[in-house]
Design a protein. Structure first.
Length: 480
């Protein structure tokens, strides 16, 4: 396990890749975590064939076997939270504290689904025809293709793989190339969980090769994907052409409304958390602060003061609040949007500059633009980094209109002490998840997760709602 070479897991075996790629620490480019296998098309074919072959027996396997396997995986993740959290922080760049919390979250998700597969229910109804009864049950879908992004490299795989296995599906899993180490560690635990060979397969490699092969493969019955909206749309189109089930979680441009009556201190704390923790690389991160004019200037001043205190540094250092940007290409994207904001005439109130931290890493000072309007590109396009904006509005009604004026609809927040505005916002926000005096990022694992518009497509993830995607409904009639 400490070997710097990390293989693929196919048909119950560790298998060499067609090539290997280094996994580089974004806090220090001289630190290579290891070399991770890349699958080619024949290796993906072998993985899909193995999953397809074992599906029939696994789909009707005992629920105790599945529950035991999921509980084993969850327990080991939680037991190894410090070790795996350190690995995650080292490869992705979120702070060690955030990374440990993510590993624990992944463990909790497996534990939740260990219970959930024991709670499968159906319905028995009388028929409209005398003597006939009707039974409605759920069955596994088939082989599920799982494609995940780099920003939550263990929690997102967990919330897709755990329900897939719980409901009797087989899995072919492709993590993001940027951060394969946590996914590999998860796969290594799954390999010892007692599930039969072929039920779970890890095929690392690029989206263009491995991902596209999975999407186009006739023996994959359902695709679950988290990533950018552009890639998601391609996957939806290709999946539709083959009548595959598809579930997409994609980008966001999440608004945080701050009203005149908000508790200023509370609003600032949740704003900093929403926009900048995890280096702003959360799909639920706030990127637009929509602030009414009575509190605007005090809010901006307090945000600048608070942001000046944030310590950007090595993800593994105990005093770091914000780690590096996950990859060089993401850093370049963040910097290009800082320039776009300037060119559009926004005021860069603080941050947005590269920082030197001894080791060569992707260190960016969290940026806040003020004097922006909602038609600017920095307010319309997803940046996916520690770059946020403030939009000044007249009143609540304008704030709500601006909040909803976006192609995305994942998460939306409001900071207010007014029950009336809070209730109205919950009802009229066009987002899948609404937060009142709570950060837009940071969700529970036992309730549905997902958005609207260009942020999500298909059934919700997580909690008991996950079964909508990972099962198909059967209606049986019996005359007896
Ligand atoms: P990408 O869409 O670039 O990649 C996501 C995954 O898709 C990666 O594993 C990638 O592989 C793979 N992929 C890329 N191209 C293809 C293709 N043509 N066919 C199949 N698979 C492909 O997103 P990022 O990894 O850059 O993640 C950031 C994005 O994810 C942001 O837009 C963010 O908002 C979104 N996101 C959404 C979340 C949500 O729940 N709504 C949660 C987290 C992130 P490769 O290894 O080659 O990169």
């Amino acid at each position: 396990m400490s070997s710097p070479k990390h293989d693929l897991f196919i048909a119950g075996q560790w298998v060499s890749g067609a090539s290997y790629q280094p996994n580089v620490n974004p806090s220090n480019h001289e630190d290579v975590l290891g070399y991770y296998a890349q699958a080619d098309l024949p290796l993906v074919e072998t993985a899909v064939a193995a999953a397809h072959q074992v599906f029939e027996s696994w789909s009707v396997s005992g629920i105790q076997q599945r529950s035991d396997a999921l509980a084993f995986i969850g327990a080991e993740l939680i037991a190894r939270q410090f070790e795996l959290g350190t690995l995650l922080a080292r490869e992705e760049g979120k702070t060690r504290k955030e990374a440990i919390a993510e590993v624990v979250r992944a463990g909790q998700i497996f534990q939740f689904f260990a219970g959930e597969c024991l709670r499968m229910t159906g319905d028995i109804l009388p028929s409209v025809r005398p003597g006939v009864s009707v039974e409605i049950s759920r069955e596994a879908v088939g082989v599920v293709g799982v494609i995940t992004p780099w920003n939550f490299p263990i929690a997102i795989p967990a919330w897709k793989i755990a329900p897939a296995l719980a409901y009797g599906n087989c899995v072919v899993f492709k993590p993001a190339d940027v951060a394969p180490g946590s996914a590999w560690a998860l796969a290594e635990i799954i390999s010892r969980s007692g599930i039969p060979a072929g039920v779970f397969n890890l095929v690392m490699g690029s989206g263009r090769v491995v991902g596209e092969c999975m999407v186009n493969h006739p023996h994959i019955s359902a695709m679950t994907f988290t990533g950018s909206t552009g890639t998601g749309m391609q996957i939806a189109q290709k999946s539709a052409a083959q009548l595959k089930k598809v579930q997409l979680e994609m980008g966001g441009k999440n608004p945080q409304v701050v009203l005149d009556d908000a508790d200023l201190q509370q609003a600032v704390e949740l704003s900093v958390n929403s926009a900048f923790f995890s280096t702003g690389q959360r799909c639920t991160a706030t990127s637009r602060f929509i602030v009414t004019e009575g509190i605007h200037d005090r809010y901006v001043a307090a945000m600048k003061e608070r942001m000046a205190q944030l310590r950007v540094g090595d993800a593994l250092a105990d005093d770091t609040d914000i780690g590096p940007v996950a990859s060089r290409s993401q850093l370049e994207q963040d910097l290009s949007y800082v320039q776009i904001g300037r060119d559009e005439g926004a005021t860069l109130a603080i941050g947005g500059t590269l920082l030197e931290r001894g080791a060569p890493g992707n260190y960016l000072a969290p940026a806040l633009f003020t004097e922006t309007h909602n038609q600017m590109r920095i307010n319309r396009e997803e940046i996916f980094g520690p770059v946020a904006t403030v939009i000044r509005v007249k009143d609540y009604e304008e704030a709500l209109a601006v909040a909803n004026d976006t192609q995305f609809g994942l998460s939306a927040g409001i900071a207010t002490t007014s029950l009336i505005y809070a209730s109205h916002f919950k009802r009229h926000s066009q987002a899948g998840m609404v937060m009142v005096n709570v950060a837009t990022a940071g969700v529970d694992y036992h309730v549905p997760f997902g958005g609207r518009k260009a942020s999500s497509y298909g059934p919700r993830e997580q909690g008991s709602y996950a079964k909508e995607f990972y099962t198909v409904v059967k209606t049986s009639y019996t005359y007896a």
